[in-house]
Each structure stands twice: as structure tokens, then as C-alpha cells.
Design a protein around this ligand. Structure first.
Ligand code: NAD
Length: 476
């Protein structure tokens, strides 16, 4: 018997979609309409660098326009190709539906290794790529709003926003054409940390449900849990450092491009991050074991495994050896469809990507709303909130004094209670609420239906149901 072949990322997404729709009662035409990717634009453009013209290939794929604008990151990586961009765009459709961000799904990519270029060159390349997309309405506040992804960040988003503003000088909503911008260029507090923060909130919500923990064979809370993270980039770094510093997790393994670090006592995530920035890799980091073949560390014993780098890292070849009882997919598509089957048979609980890394798009949604409303969150209410709270506290203290009760509030409590919420607190509150609500909608399906065996299928059922409802409401 021949070994079943490993599926591509796109095939994996399709298989997982099919598994879910088989359990739903959708008319076949509608099912197909939701599954297919509406359009993919490929652009090849030249940029003069170092005295000669270099040609680059980029993509922007629109999976579903049941809601507009469509939304999805722009990735800079050598592995970018049409299949990958389309798979990622499809995931964006389902992700937005699951967390109720009112967008269709899109994704973009540029086949480039950003480490090969200096900052000025990257700016020229980014502006030219943005120009190509803007002139085709593939970047537009009302139609298509990109965000950061692998290999891109605030800096690239600021260039894109500026390029759009230059080409649309009278568009008052120009800043809403892209999210993930720096604060001083129309960004929102808490966007950089958002995806990692969302991973933390997702895990906290999981650990609020003993029934779900029992399925993974876990007990207690996050404190002391052993975590292995792959990829200490934007998502992996924030997730790992919040889990370590705020929830007491022990980060016992960090896997990067050039190998992995292992320390059963727990790694100092910030120190590792600084080391990578200086030495371009983890090798040589003092006080921890270095493993050259980093991927083998995915197979080490731990309580929570967080793949936060790239797709397809857990596959048919290593899935059976994975020891973690709980995997949270911080990256998009880190587990192939074949590996997903193997892990499910082993009883591993997988918190799926479309939910686990939805913190980024959730806070992007808040940023887009902020840009359209042209005002920072909390600016109108904060002091009014403080004044009302102070009134209550003063009245309580007055009553206590009048009656000779001698009650006084501890100064720490008073100060904290009296402080109105700033933008960062509001963003975190909105994100926490979103992650809790979305988890509950998935687990309700997971537990209510005998035929739904895992959270991923449940997530697809919830989100496809929402997309189908939108299409039905439009009369399609
Ligand atoms: P990033 O570029 O900031 O970080 C990626 C990290 O992975 C880097 O540190 C890189 O060195 C490391 N890496 C690359 N190849 C590796 C390998 N083979 N083994 C181990 N490590 C490797 O990217 P990011 O924004 O953190 O994105 C990571 C994943 O999260 C991607 O799948 C992305 O689609 C997904 N994601 C990102 C966001 C976001 O807001 N940035 C939102 C949702 C999903």
C-alpha cells in the first residue's frame, strides 16, 4: 500500500472545509460559492535597485466578498505563491466570520526575502507593489484593507498608507486603507501585540472550561504549564512573553530558523529575542541547550505547543511523534490535513488557526473603525467615566464619615478604580470579549453534536454558517 500523499496548504484548507460542510445542510451551489476563491491578481513589476532593474512577483487574492471591504495581511516571504495566498485568503473569510469582524477574506504576498534588502530598497519595493494594487482598487478603505503578516510590520503598513494617500489626495478616509500602522500614522494602541495577545486570551478561555481541558488530559490553570513555541516573530514573541510574564507558563523550548533552544527551567523570552536581533539566530544563546535540527523540538514533551512561524510544519511525517496534548495554531495552517487526522486519532486537542490567531484581524477591525471615525477610542468618555466614579467614591466616603464608620478605601484600589479606560485597555477589553465569545460559539457546536469531533470542524461550521447567512440575505 502506498503512503497517502501530503496535501498542499490549499488542499488542506479545502479538505477541512469539506469535512465541515459534509455535516451541514447547505445547497450544493452555495457550498461551492463559499469554497471557491473569487479572484487572484498576479503582478510582476520592476524596481531599479543597485543600478539594475529587479523584477518582483506579488499577489492579492480575494476569496469572498460577501462583506466589504475584504481584509487580509500582506506577506513577504520566498515561499509565497498563488496557492498559498488563496489558502490564506480563504482562512481570512472564515476567521472574520468566526470573530464577527465585518469583512470578506483576502490575502496578499510578495515573493521576496526582506532580509536581502536594506530599508530604503524595501520602501521602494513596497511603494511600487502598493501602487500596483491601489490602482486596481485592491487597496482601498471601502474595498480591500491589508494588514501585516509574515515579513511585514508597522513600517511597511505606514509606507502603504502614505502611498495610498498620495494617490488619493481627497479621500478623507485614506488612513483606513490599511491596518497595523504605527500609532503616529493612524494606528491603534495594542495592534502590534494583538495576535499574540489573542493567543493568550484563547488559552485563558480554554482553561476556563474543565470539560475541554479534560479532553486534552490537562488540569489546573496556565500557571506552570510547559510551553514550546516555534517562531519568535511578532506573534510567537508576544504570545510567549505574555504567557510567561502574566500567566506563569514556562517556555521550555523556542524553535527558530537556525535551530532551537531548550531549557526545562524556562527560557527568558526577552533575552532570547534580544539575542536573535543581535546574532540573527538563536545559536550560541547562553545557558540553554541548542538543537541544530530545530523541528525535532516540536516533538518534545510539553503541555502546550504553539507553532507560530509558518504552515505545514506538523505533517504526516512527524504528527505521530508529537507529545503535546494541546496545540494552539498561532500560525496559519501549521498542521496539514493528514497530520490533523493523526493528531485527532491520538486525542490531541487543536485550537485552530482561524480562531487562535484572529486577534490580529480583530484589532485591525478596531483600527479601521478608529480611522473611519477619526477619533481615538475613549477620548470622549474617559474623563466623564472618571468623574462619575469619583462621585460615587466621594459619596461613599462622605456617608462613612457622617456615620462615624471610619471606612476608607485602600489608596491602590481607589487609584485603579478611579482611572478611566484608555485606548489600550479598551482594545484589550474588546479583544478579550471577542476571543471568549468566539471560543464559546465553537465549543457549543463541539459539545452539542455527536458528529463534530474537534474544535476545527466546529469553527468551520460556525463560520461557514455565518457566511452562508450573508449570501442568503443578499439573495445569492
Ligand atoms: P514574523 O515574520 O514576525 O515572524 C515569523 C518568525 O518565524 C520569525 O522569527 C522567523 O525567523 C521564524 N521562522 C521562519 N521560518 C522558520 C522555521 N522554518 N522554523 C522556525 N522559525 C521560523 O511573522 P508573524 O507576523 O509573527 O507571523 C507568523 C505566523 O502567524 C504566520 O503564519 C502568519 O500568517 C500568522 N499570523 C500573523 C498575524 C499578524 O498579525 N502578524 C496575524 C494572524 C496570523
Amino acid at each position: 500500500m502506498t503512503e497517502p500523499k501530503e496535501t498542499s496548504f490549499r488542499e488542506s484548507v479545502d479538505l477541512m472545509f469539506n469535512r465541515a460542510v459534509a455535516l451541514m445542510d447547505l445547497p450544493p451551489g452555495l457550498e461551492e460559492k463559499i469554497r471557491v476563491c473569487n479572484s487572484t491578481y498576479t503582478v510582476r513589476f520592476g524596481v531599479r535597485l543597485r543600478g539594475q532593474i529587479h523584477t518582483f512577483t506579488g499577489y492579492r487574492s480575494v476569496h469572498s466578498e460577501h462583506m466589504e471591504p475584504v481584509k487580509g495581511g500582506i506577506r513577504y516571504a520566498m515561499g509565497v505563491n498563488q496557492d498559498e495566498v488563496e489558502a490564506l485568503a480563504a482562512l481570512m473569510t472564515y476567521k472574520c466570520a468566526l470573530v464577527e469582524a465585518p469583512f470578506g477574506g483576502s490575502k496578499g504576498g510578495l515573493r521576496i526575502d526582506p532580509r536581502d534588502y536594506d530599508e530604503h530598497e524595501l520602501e521602494l519595493i513596497t511603494r511600487r507593489f502598493a501602487y500596483e494594487l491601489i490602482k486596481r482598487d485592491l487597496i482601498d478603505p471601502a474595498q480591500n484593507v491589508p494588514a501585516p503578516d509574515m515579513g511585514t510590520g508597522e513600517r511597511e503598513m505606514a509606507w502603504i498608507a502614505d502611498q495610498y494617500a498620495r494617490m488619493n489626495t481627497t479621500d478623507i478616509n485614506a488612513r483606513a486603507c490599511v491596518t497595523g500602522k504605527p500609532l503616529n500614522a493612524g494606528g491603534i494602541a495594542g495592534r502590534v501585540e494583538a495576535t499574540g495577545r489573542g493567543v493568550q486570551y484563547a488559552l485563558r478561555e480554554f482553561f476556563r472550561h474543565p470539560e475541554d481541558m479534560a479532553i486534552a488530559g490537562l488540569t489546573g490553570d496556565l500557571d506552570g504549564k510547559r510551553v514550546i513555541v516555534q517562531g519568535l516573530g511578532n506573534v510567537g514573541y508576544h504570545a510567549a512573553s505574555f504567557l510567561r510574564d502574566e500567566d506563569g507558563c514556562k517556555i521550555i523550548g523556542i524553535i527558530e530558523r537556525d535551530g532551537a533552544l531548550v531549557d526545562a527551567r524556562g527560557l527568558d523570552v526577552n533575552a532570547v529575542r534580544d539575542w536573535i536581533a543581535k546574532h540573527k539566530g538563536v545559536k550560541g544563546f547562553p545557558g540553554a541547550d541548542y538543537v541544530e535540527n530545530g523541528a525535532t523540538v516540536l516533538e518534545e514533551a510539553c503541555d502546550i505547543l504553539i507553532p507560530a512561524a509558518l504552515e505545514g510544519v506538523i505533517h504526516r511525517g512527524n504528527a505521530a511523534r508529537i507529545k503535546a496534548p494541546l496545540i494552539i495554531e498561532a500560525a496559519n495552517g501549521p498542521i496539514t490535513a493528514g497530520a490533523d487526522d493523526i493528531l485527532r486519532d491520538k486525542g490531541v486537542v487543536i485550537i485552530p488557526d482561524m480562531y487562535a490567531n484572529a486577534g490580529g484581524v480583530t484589532v485591525s477591525y478596531f483600527e479601521w473603525v478608529k480611522n473611519l471615525s477619526h477619533i481615538r477610542f475613549g477620548r470622549m468618555q474617559r474623563r466623564a467615566e472618571e468623574a462619575r466614579t469619583a462621585m460615587l467614591i466621594n459619596e461613599l466616603e462622605r456617608l462613612s464619615a457622617d456615620r462615624g464608620l471610619g471606612w476608607t478605601l485602600s489608596p491602590g484600589f481607589k487609584e485603579q478604580y478611579l482611572r478611566g479606560s484608555d485606548e489600550l485597555e479598551l482594545v484589550r477589553s474588546g479583544l478579550d470579549d471577542t476571543m471568549r465569545t468566539a471560543y464559546q460559539s465553537m465549543r457549543a457546536v463541539w459539545h452539542a453534536r455527536e458528529d463534530v469531533k474537534d474544535l476545527r470542524t466546529a469553527a468551520y461550521i460556525v463560520s461557514i454558517g455565518k457566511v452562508a447567512a450573508s449570501y442568503r440575505a443578499k439573495g445569492i
